[in-house]
Design a protein around this ligand. Structure first.
Ligand SMILES: [Zn+2]
Ligand SMILES: [Zn+2]
Ligand SMILES: [Zn+2]
Ligand SMILES: [Zn+2]
Length: 306
């Protein structure tokens, strides 16, 4: 019998096996499912010595002396199909089930799934609020509980936002992330930052061009920044992406009107943003580079020296 095919059949049978008639709920010591040498979860192919000690494929490849490190016997290792069936049939719910993940995975796939699970929780950044939930649930929470203004990101990926002090959400058609603009009133003016709220934090997935254009004061300001990604487990990221100096903006108490254009950066967008490499022909968008000429600038201005 071909062990590989047999293993495959077992995996494919798992969904049907979820019926109570087919499966048995058991409690099992986790260390039984771990390789006794490297302590990583056992996954096919699994090998055993002549006594029956099971080890993982990686540790098996390192047993050049053909000696079992557990019983010290010289031995020839063989595939242990029985143990492979066991590890393939031990499934458990994702740890984020309480946040809505319905995935059930084998023990050896659990860590891999959970590190990329799109239902992992994101956290409410409002001080004193410990709410956590999937991005969709957190967005509902922010708008319902904290009256956070919500704008939908149009297909053009350019949104006109009327920012209020505090948090402002920008919803996308994808539900695995959303953008959160924060506007703080500082002594020197309005300080604006943007973060992409998503459960698995990776390199910045997006860039944002922000533009403020006030016809009342003829003041215009714009910036381009990488959008940081965060589950907000440590609160909002520090630093600002755009400063609108006091006295140069029309503050009619109805909010600050800002145009935000969100883009997925190309892999070479970082040097382009810093003006260190020629912009590739396919990037037609302008790269804004500006400096603020004020020796007494507040510390938070510095982030934006590109
Ligand atoms: Zn191992
Ligand atoms: Zn052994
Ligand atoms: Zn999950
Ligand atoms: Zn909250």
């Amino acid at each position: 019998m071909d062990g590989g095919n047999s293993s495959k059949r077992t995996i494919e049978a798992l969904p049907e096996g979820e019926s109570s008639a087919m499966r048995l709920n058991v409690s099992i010591e986790v260390k039984i499912l771990d390789c006794p040498i490297c302590f990583e979860p056992l996954r096919p192919p699994i090998f055993q010595c002549s006594v029956g000690h099971c080890i993982c494929s990686s540790c098996h490849d390192k047993q050049l002396d053909k000696k079992c490190h557990l019983c010290s016997d010289r031995t020839s290792f063989k595939r242990c199909f029985a143990m492979e069936h066991v590890v393939q049939s031990v499934i458990s719910p994702c740890s984020n089930a309480k946040y809505g993940c319905t995935e059930k995975v084998t023990y050896y796939q659990k860590e891999e799934h959970e590190s990329a699970c799109q239902t992992a929780p994101c956290f409410c950044p409002e001080s004193g609020c410990g709410f956590a939930g999937s991005t969709k649930v957190l967005l509902d929470h922010l708008t319902a509980q904290h009256k956070c203004p919500l704008t939908a990101l149009p297909d053009s990926y350019t949104a006109s936002l009327r920012l209020q002090p505090g948090l402002n959400a920008l919803r996308c058609t994808e539900t695995s992330y959303f953008f959160l603009f924060s506007m703080a009133s500082e002594p020197f003016g309005h300080a604006i930052s943007v973060v992409c709220v998503q459960p698995t934090v990776t390199e910045p997935n997006f860039t944002c061009n922000m533009k403020y254009d006030c016809t009342m004061t003829s003041y215009c300001e714009s910036t381009s920044c990488d959008i940081r990604s965060s589950s907000l487990s440590d609160g909002l990221p520090t630093g600002y992406d755009l400063i609108l100096p006091k006295g140069k903006i029309s503050d009619d108490q109805k909010g600050i009107v800002l145009t935000a254009n969100i883009r997925r950066p190309l892999s070479f967008s970082r040097p382009c943003l810093r003006g260190k490499a020629p912009a590739p022909a396919i990037t037609q968008r302008p790269c804004f580079v500006f400096d603020i000429e004020d020796d007494d600038e507040p510390e938070s201005f510095r982030r934006y020296r590109l």
